[in-house]
Design a binder for this molecule. Structure first.
Ligand code: SF4
Length: 326
């Protein structure tokens, strides 16, 4: 992509203190990740729960302290801003939280909910009723929904209200955490189509955080796969889906096959146990679960780059029938 990125994340780390007064230490929830997002582009962060993707999203939005590295938004370094500085940034960078109904205040009407960003950030010269109508129309809800309360909405309608709030101030970037969580499959498609449509119409950039690979394939131009707070594979979504090169990506994709009868869907089964962040494995941190692991993987960190693996997979690679002793 040409031009300056709207969001640039460089070597970001997020650490959390653990232990008591005498055994105090820190674990890395995000262990040094870098990526750019350009205007009009959707970038997906993918991983199992606990992989660090939500922590990273919260760090970008200023809700989580960044221990190292830098985050630049629209040319401005934002990880060093305080609360009031981030309040200004949030006019142009909005966050959609998980749980469509639970994230909406039950005592506010839909009209109040979608126009709340104007009340938080200043309403000069705006007619809030007109704004509510405009926003509800943009997300495909009838104007009379303005008088409803969240408990009167279906999951899909609540998600649309969440989208309306997110676009209210005409942001440049939306960060959406599990935008389809808890929705029926047919409604998931509607919400994803809405996000795609708004991105094109409003020229938005989006960061989507999800464990759902169908969501990624539907909306993302590029993607990063996270494991224990690091990126193990990044690339164009179509290329990664067509030929995953990191064994972890291959395993995730094999567990979520596309509905294509012409493609083989042999599942790559991984040992369920994910290592603790308190005792990260030496070498490649995925070696305790990797069917392709070899001796070097237990001692030497893989090279950094788009695929963090000593032995990137060839297209269609299948796991060895016996795990190589490590
Ligand atoms: Fe598997 Fe080794 Fe690659 Fe890690 S470096 S993903 S253990 S093959």
């Amino acid at each position: 992509m040409s031009g300056s990125p709207i969001l640039s994340v460089r070597d970001v780390q997020v650490s959390f203190p653990v232990g008591g007064l005498t055994t105090r230490s820190a674990i890395l929830g995000v262990a040094g990740v870098s990526f750019d997002v350009h205007r009009g582009e959707t970038f997906a962060l993918v991983g199992e729960s606990g992989s660090g993707k939500t922590t990273l999203a919260r760090a970008i939005n200023g809700l989580q302290h960044v221990s190292d590295g830098s985050i630049t938004f629209d040319g401005e370094r934002i990880d060093v801003l305080g609360k009031s500085g981030m309040k200004q940034i949030r006019r142009r960078m909005s966050m959609m939280f998980q749980d469509p109904v639970g994230s909406l205040s039950p005592r506010m009407t839909v009209g109040d909910l979608v126009t709340e960003p104007f009340r938080i950030h200043g309403t000069e010269g705006r007619n809030l009723r007109d704004e509510a109508n405009r926003l509800l129309t943009l997300v495909g809800l009838p104007a009379d929904f303005a008088s409803r309360y969240p408990h009167q909405l279906s999951g899909g309608q609540a998600r649309r209200v969440g989208v309306a709030r997110a676009i209210a101030l005409n942001p440049s970037l939306i960060i959406a955490d599990e935008p389809t969580a808890g929705l029926d499959v047919s409604v998931q498609g509607e919400v994803l189509n809405l996000l795609n449509e708004l991105r094109e119409r409003l020229g938005l950039a989006m960061v989507i955080i999800t464990h759902n690979l169908h969501v990624v394939h539907h909306v993302a131009d590029r993607m990063a796969v996270m494991y224990l707070g690091r990126f193990v594979e990044t690339g164009e979504t179509e290329a990664v889906f067509a030929a995953p090169r990191h064994p972890y990506t291959a395993a995730l994709l094999s567990a979520n096959p596309e509905p294509d009868p012409d493609r083989a869907h042999d599942r790559i089964t991984l040992p369920a146990e994910v290592p603790s962040l308190l005792s990260r494995p030496l070498g490649c941190e995925f070696h305790t679960r990797c069917p392709w692991a070899q001796s070097i993987c237990t001692t030497a960190q893989p090279p950094s780059g788009n695929v963090a693996c000593h032995f990137p997979l060839e297209p269609g690679a299948r796991p060895p029938s016996k795990k190589v002793p490590s």
